[in-house]
Design a protein around this ligand. Structure first.
Ligand code: ADP
Length: 424
């Protein structure tokens, strides 16, 4: 029995355990955690899923780490093995018969990338939900089918386990039409669903709640700009707890400069390069998604740490990449204030947002006109000793709030499976 397992048994966390899955086309990221405390029991990743070279890397908390081949390679094999590890730890029985209630697996929560206009919140999975996710697949052809494969694998291995789908897009369904509509012909929207959906919604929901708690103010009275800066980057305007604007659009390509994605470009570039360079739509789409952003400008790569280091050593392309990244980010943050009409706090999160004091400092220095003044010492310490705060006293607070999308998915799953159980 691991120490963490003992903690879960004894933590008084009556929410049970939740298996959280992020199923991609060839990888599955997973965690098993207690939704009330956020305590992890297992976490890891399966790679090369769907091939005989599939491999599972798993950590059983606190310190048992294993890498196992999965010759069968299927999503089902991945799920079976995760559940096998759980029962080896004496946890995760379906009915709780062999242990206290806290150790019971109460559900599986899945990250689903695109919920279209159908899903405005997380839902319990049933046949209709599966059909609706499938019918949104044209909006995320690489992601939704993989997310569904994860759902179907859990069904096959543990048919009685309740499942919940948590959508990246759902949080932004509160955006008003003036924020989500493109100025294109009406039938592009009505026939093909061409509109802005926005992503990173699970992260925004989590950090907004955390920010309100750290500020000691009700979320329903706060006007926030939240900046999720990871490999994908976006910002959102969160007004009284709901999203009113965001930078990503129909796809996660729109908006900010990202690791390998361009963010906004003139759509005229398609016709221009088709004509001048003979590029195809597929080729252009691929380049804008995988060879642009920090990678494209700097030539160094998509990792902000490497780009910052190269810039500090005098690499001009890397310097320019950071400058463009920061300029576009600051501009987008200021633009989000239009939908808020007042700004109370700017929240930085995800890999770059949580760790790059340099990027945050640069952004704040460009937003002085909003009333933001960096507290350099607090920023250097990532707000760890100041309840997230990295700005000096003023009308707007800047803060760092670590995101935890897995925990948000686990909480949604526990809440919905408990209410589902009540309905039965
Ligand atoms: P994902 O979107 O895949 O979840 P993350 O949220 O982990 O990604 O963010 C990855 C990004 O965070 C990378 O660009 C990485 O370089 C950046 N990052 C992580 N740590 C630092 C750091 N100390 N300074 C600057 N950037 C960092």
């Amino acid at each position: 029995m691991t120490g963490t397992g003992e903690n879960v048994h004894g933590s008084g966390d009556s929410g049970g355990l939740v298996l959280v899955l992020n199923s991609g086309s060839s990888s599955v990221k997973f965690a098993v955690l207690a939704p009330a405390s956020g305590e992890r029991v297992l976490a890891g990743m399966a790679e090369k899923v769907g091939t005989p070279e599939a491999e599972l890397r798993i950590r059983r908390y606190p310190d048992h780490i294993a890498t196992e081949p999965l010759p069968e390679g299927s999503y089902q094999a991945v799920i079976s093995r995760i559940l096998g590890h759980l029962s080896e730890a004496g946890l995760g029985t379906e009915d709780g018969a062999s242990g206290p209630g806290q150790a019971r697996l109460v559900g599986a929560g899945h990250r689903v990338v695109h919920g279209g206009e159908r899903f405005t919140a997380s839902v319990l999975v049933d046949d209709q939900v599966i059909a609706a996710i499938r019918s949104s697949s044209h909006l995320a052809p690489l992601h939704n089918p993989a997310n569904l494969a994860g759902i179907e694998a859990v069904r096959a291995v543990r048919p009685a386990l309740p499942q919940v789908a948590v959508f990246d897009t759902a949080f932004h369904q509160t955006m008003p039409p003036r924020a989500f509509r493109y100025a294109v012909p009406e039938d592009w929207y009505t026939r093909y669903g061409v509109r802005r959906y926005g992503f990173h919604g699970t992260s925004y929901r989590f950090v907004s709640q955390q920010a309100a708690a750290l500020l000691g103010r009700p979320l329903t009275e706060l006007r926030l700009v939240t900046a999720h800066l990871g490999n994908g980057c976006s910002v959102a305007a969160v007004r009284d707890g709901v999203s009113v604007d965001t930078t990503m659009g129909l796809t996660p390509l729109e908006g900010l400069v990202m690791g390998t994605r361009s963010g906004d470009v003139d759509p005229g570039v398609f016709g221009y390069l088709a004509e001048r360079a003979g590029l195809t739509i597929e080729g252009l789409d691929e380049t804008l998604n995988t060879a642009s952003g920090l990678t494209g400008i700097s030539g160094v790569g998509n990792d902000m740490r490497a780009v910052e280091a190269a810039a500090a050593e005098g690499n001009r392309r890397a310097q320019l990449a950071v400058e463009v990244f920061v300029h576009r980010l600051a501009k987008a943050i200021a633009g989000m204030v239009v939908g808020l009409e007042r700004l109370d706090a700017l929240v930085f999160t995800a890999g770059i947002g949580e760790n790059s004091a340099f990027v945050r400092g640069q952004v704040m220095s460009r937003l002085g006109f909003l009333g933001l003044i960096e507290d350099a010492e607090a920023n250097a310490r990532h707000g760890r000793d100041t309840r997230g705060r990295i700005s000096l006293d003023g009308p707007v607070v800047a803060m760092v709030v670590p995101t935890d999308e897995e925990l948000m998915i686990a909480r949604d799953t526990a809440r919905l499976t408990a209410s589902g159980a009540r309905l039965l």
